[in-house]
Design a binder for this molecule. Structure first.
Ligand SMILES: NC(=O)c1ccc[n+]([C@@H]2O[C@H](COP(=O)([O-])OP(=O)(O)OC[C@H]3O[C@@H](n4cnc5c(N)ncnc54)[C@H](O)[C@@H]3O)[C@@H](O)[C@H]2O)c1
Length: 256
């Protein structure tokens, strides 16, 4: 028996990375799945029969049409993972208007477009929405100002939607730290930097797309039936260290 037996799920941004891993895990757990992405997900269709729809989540009409068409093709909609996202890093005063808009539109407006299209399709029989935030939305990451603001917005939108659509629809979000995908390849490709990041992570390794996929499947499943409005951090403990307190407490515990 699978955790998502009988569920009909849509994953936005499902052609790559965490979205692709989640679409795959959802099928393994018994769901029928469609992905919506700017890129076609032919490989997922060939391997697991996952349906692929091409749309840009920034475009309200295209996003609504893709979600409606995907739900029709699946025979209903009970799970939505609003996962499509893009990132960037630079000093705040260097961001152009175009880059600001891209980051806010994909990460935050895209999530809103997904919720707005899915709610009427889920409202009668109920369902679960999982949004993709980030530890950068829980507290900002230096040089990721617009991304962090967008992801903080995703966490806020998650709590609002949880209140508005309870008890029929549960709405939660996942907030990962660094996960190895196309988005982070440029950083993780540097062996020296990679080793430093691993050392700074209490669990001693970089997150994988499957780590996050497992959490999304859990939140979407009946095992999480009393959880709504939450942002669940999944980061190997990386936001816990507190350099200021560590310096002080080292002084107390070491002989001096
Ligand atoms: N990788 C990490 O370290 C990390 C950490 C925290 C949060 N996240 C979040 O995870 C999500 C997935 O990112 P990933 O790391 O798997 O990256 P990824 O680049 O591998 O996947 C992102 C997917 O979203 C699609 N996409 C981008 N813009 C789109 C648009 N406008 N419309 C439709 N699809 C679009 C891309 O084509 C791609 O398939 C994002 O929301 C990201 O912010 C990632």
């Amino acid at each position: 028996m699978g955790m998502l037996d009988g569920e009909h799920a849509i994953v936005t941004g499902g052609a790559s990375g965490i979205g692709r891993a989640t679409a795959r895990r959802m099928v393994e757990e018994g769901a029928t799945v469609a992905v919506i992405d700017v890129d076609a997900a032919e490989e997922l269709t060939a391997e697991q029969g996952i349906l692929s729809f091409v749309a840009d989540v920034r475009d309200p009409e295209a996003c609504t049409r893709a979600i409606t068409d995907a739900a029709d093709a699946l025979g209903g909609l009970t799970v939505l993972f609003n996962n499509a996202g893009v990132g960037a890093a630079m000093p705040l005063h260097k961001y152009s208007d175009a880059e600001w808009s891209r980051l806010l539109d994909v990460n935050l407006a895209g999530t809103f477009h997904g919720i707005r299209a899915a709610v009427p399709l889920m409202r009668e029989q109920g369902g679960s929405i999982v949004n993709h935030a980030s530890v950068s939305g829980v507290r900002p990451t230096r040089f990721e100002g617009p991304y962090s603001a967008a992801k903080a917005g995703v966490i806020s939108l998650t709590m609002d939607a949880a209140l508005e659509y309870a008890p029929k629809i549960r709405v939660n979000c996942v907030s990962p730290g660094l996960v190895e995908t196309k988005l982070t390849a440029v950083v993780l490709g540097d062996p020296g930097l990679r080793a430093k990041i691993e050392e700074a992570t209490p669990l001693g390794r970089i997150g994988t797309p499957d780590d996050v996929a497992n959490l999304v499947v859990f939140l979407a499943s009946p095992l999480a039936s009393y959880i709504t409005g939450q942002s669940v951090v999944i980061d190997g403990g990386s936001v816990l260290p507190n350099p200021q307190a560590d310096a002080i407490l080292q002084w107390f515990v070491q002989p001096h």
